[in-house]
Write a protein that binds this ligand. Structure first.
Ligand SMILES: NC(=O)c1ccc[n+]([C@@H]2O[C@H](COP(=O)([O-])OP(=O)(O)OC[C@H]3O[C@@H](n4cnc5c(N)ncnc54)[C@H](O)[C@@H]3O)[C@@H](O)[C@H]2O)c1
Length: 358
């Protein structure tokens, strides 16, 4: 079962798992907040799962997990701006409901639980790369939710319920449900739409990145890793040492692929506290066959051609449906979502209730 399969990373994870495990039943579970935010796809990405629950994981009945071998838990309020706008809900969905889901999964006999955690839990750090044993310094509600979830997952893990928390670097790359609220994707979008890259900071913050295809490979590894490789509970930085970049280096790399781009740096910006370098040595040691493969230049080129295929030309994309916060706020403003981000629409809201009655 893959929760949050209808987001940015999900479609890529589903593709990877269906190619690697053609005989396995893949179940998707998603609220569908961004169902309508498709990019350039002929067919809904959900056609690649065997069963799709269009539903809220806050109310996931245990029976749904019966017979499931592994849960890949992606569903979340997935960045800092949304976490700031919906603080309570971020705590509730990302932390409380995630632990409830894990508990139900364990009771239902699920044997593997893979959690999409984040390197953002290192927060502000000096230039020395953070390892898994470095102190955590979560600066935002989003980062805190990941710290709390990891802590409680560790208590649930045992030989029968093996948990892997993948502390992912910031994602990048082309997807059927592209996000442009991620640093590299934003730079490529600016370069394609208006030949301009606007760096909101002074360009110096460190940000490790990972391509979503490499995230999907890491998830596959986590599903099948031996307990002897990392233990019953493992939290591991997931990315590669070569992909620790300063934000200005990313902009320059984009300008190498897309010529005549103007890069503007905000010299007067307040220092961006979210700066951290990360050591990915442990992941390299544990998963030598699953190391990130896609290069930065390939990632930029794929984003460029993906955007061009969409005839993307909106210089105001930071206010578009490719920004997760904009979509949630809009759906709430027009009354489709409640204050607590539940659908008002009967079918979506009642799916689990009617299934339970059946
Ligand atoms: N994108 C990144 O840079 C990055 C980096 C590290 C970790 N992660 C983590 O990876 C996961 C996936 O990220 P993404 O970029 O695909 O995010 P996304 O926002 O594109 O997708 C999240 C999905 O979760 C679903 N969801 C949210 N609340 C739900 C609920 N209550 N019930 C059911 N579904 C719900 C949404 O509808 C959405 O489809 C998240 O947990 C995120 O924190 C992402």
């Amino acid at each position: 079962m893959i929760t949050g399969n209808m987001g940015y990373i999900g479609p890529c994870v589903v593709k990877r798992l269906s190619a690697s495990y053609p005989d396995v039943t893949l179940i998707g579970l998603d609220m569908g907040y961004f169902a309508n935010c498709l990019t350039n796809t002929e067919i809904l990405p959900e056609c690649n799962v065997d069963v799709q629950y269009f539903a809220d994981m806050r109310r996931c009945p245990k029976e749904l997990l019966t017979g499931v071998n592994a849960v890949v838990h992606l569903a979340a309020i997935s960045n800092d701006p949304m976490g700031n706008a919906f603080e309570e809900l971020t705590h509730d969905i990302n932390y409380r409901s995630s632990i409830e889901l894990a508990r139900k999964a364990k009771e239902a006999g699920v044997r593997r639980f893979v959690f999409a955690s984040s390197c953002s839990m290192y927060g502000s750090a000096d230039d020395a790369p953070r390892t898994e044993t470095s102190p955590l310094n979560p600066l935002t509600s989003y980062a805190k939710s990941k710290v709390f979830t990891e802590r409680d997952l560790e208590n649930l893990a045992d030989r029968e319920f093996v948990v892997t928390s993948l502390r992912f670097a910031t994602a990048c790359g082309m997807s059927e449900r592209l996000r442009l609220d991620l640093v590299l994707n934003d730079f490529v979008a600016g370069a394609v739409a208006s030949k301009k890259i606007t760096i909101l900071s002074d360009g110096t913050p460190w940000r490790p990145l990972i391509n979503i295809k490499d995230m999907a490979r890491a998830i596959e590894w986590a599903i099948k890793r031996k307990v002897t490789e990392g233990g019953e509970f493992l939290a591991v930085n997931t990315g590669s040492n070569e992909w620790n970049y300063q934000v200005k280096d990313l902009a320059e790399a984009v300008a190498r692929v897309i010529p005549d781009v103007d890069i503007s740096i905000n010299k007067n910006a307040q220092p961006d506290k979210r700066s951290y370098r990360v050591s990915f040595d442990l992941y390299k040691k544990l998963a030598p066959e699953y190391q990130p493969e896609v290069s930065l230049i390939t990632t930029i080129s794929e984003l460029k051609s993906g955007l061009e295929m969409m005839s993307f030309n909106n210089p105001d994309f930071r206010n578009s449906k490719f920004m997760r916060l904009k979509v949630l706020t809009h759906l709430r403003n027009i009354g489709l979502l409640t204050e607590t981000l539940e659908w008002k629409n009967k079918l979506l809201n009642n799916q689990f209730n009617s299934r339970t009655k059946d």
